[in-house]
Write a protein that binds this ligand. Structure first.
Ligand code: NI
Length: 268
């Protein structure tokens, strides 16, 4: 699959599920901006059948290379980021996996049983990144119980394999080069900025500033009935050049730790 096609497919699924993202996107376009994606992110588990190695297959096939690895101790995550060596505007791909062994036997068993339900066809195909939740209708009780241990695990249990977020590159914007201006603009248009750890994560000295809107709340069909829960979010990133004049391309663990909380429950 060609790269633009691959990202279009992920994007179309992502905006269908998250009308707020589409609104932000359209709002920026109406301001005369061109949107370039800084990165997109996936969430998964450390189970060998669906881990980072498995989810990255489609990107590796499309020419992506592994660039860096990250540990998120507080959230019990391990992550890798991938880049395309030649296509400059191709988004970075960030894939994290939950260290399930750090959690209760309940969580471990639930995740194992969930993955057991996946067909061999999905498990062996690079198309797994488009497969969303293909293990069937989730249980609200299980979701709530997972939430008490890991919001991340609960999110993947319900939404499965899909883009968790896309990220607008501020470096490619004209009017909103300053992340604080962009946040203010979005707030004026009634979007809620995730303020866990402050509205802006990171500093120019750290070479990366990030912010995000809170995930939209959507109705999900559970075994027990319909419930409203947070889905995906939209992120914004501004990168700064390092001392050699090269734009910083990595990620900052302590900032991402808080960005992960964009999918937390909140009072609307
Ligand atoms: Ni991100």
């Amino acid at each position: 699959m060609q790269l633009p096609q691959l990202f279009d497919r992920l994007w179309n699924d992502y905006i269908k599920q998250n009308p707020a993202v589409r609104k932000v996107y359209d709002l920026l376009i109406s301001e005369g901006e061109t949107i370039v994606n800084d990165h997109i992110a996936f969430r998964t588990f450390d189970d060998d059948r669906v881990n980072i190695e498995v989810l990255s297959k489609a990107f590796i096939k499309a020419g992506y290379l592994h660039v860096s690895s990250y540990e998120f101790e507080e959230k019990h995550l391990f992550a890798r980021h991938f880049e395309h060596p030649c296509q400059k505007d191709a988004p970075r791909v960030f894939i994290s996996q939950l260290k399930t062994k750090d959690f209760s036997p309940f969580l471990q068993q639930t995740i194992t049983e969930t993955i057991d339900k996946l067909s061999e066809e999905i498990l062996n195909s690079p198309e797994i990144i488009f497969s969303r939740n293909s293990w069937g209708k989730p249980s609200y009780d299980t979701y709530m119980q997972l939430l008490t241990e890991s919001e991340y695990a609960a999110w993947v249990y319900v939404f499965g394999f899909r883009a968790n977020h896309f990220t607008v590159s501020l470096n490619s914007l004209k009017k909103y080069q300053d992340i604080r201006d962009l946040n203010k603009f979005l707030q004026q248009n009634s979007f809620i900025i995730n303020d866990a750890g402050g509205e802006v994560k990171g500093t120019p000295e750290e070479l990366l500033e990030q912010s995000s809107i809170r995930s939209g709340v959507i109705t999900v069909e559970f075994i027990e009935g319909n419930y409203e829960i947070p889905s995906c979010y939209y992120e914004f990133a501004k990168r700064y050049p390092d001392k050699n004049g090269r734009l910083y391309s990595g990620f900052i663990a302590k900032s991402a730790d808080k960005i992960f909380e964009s999918t937390n429950f909140y009072n609307q």
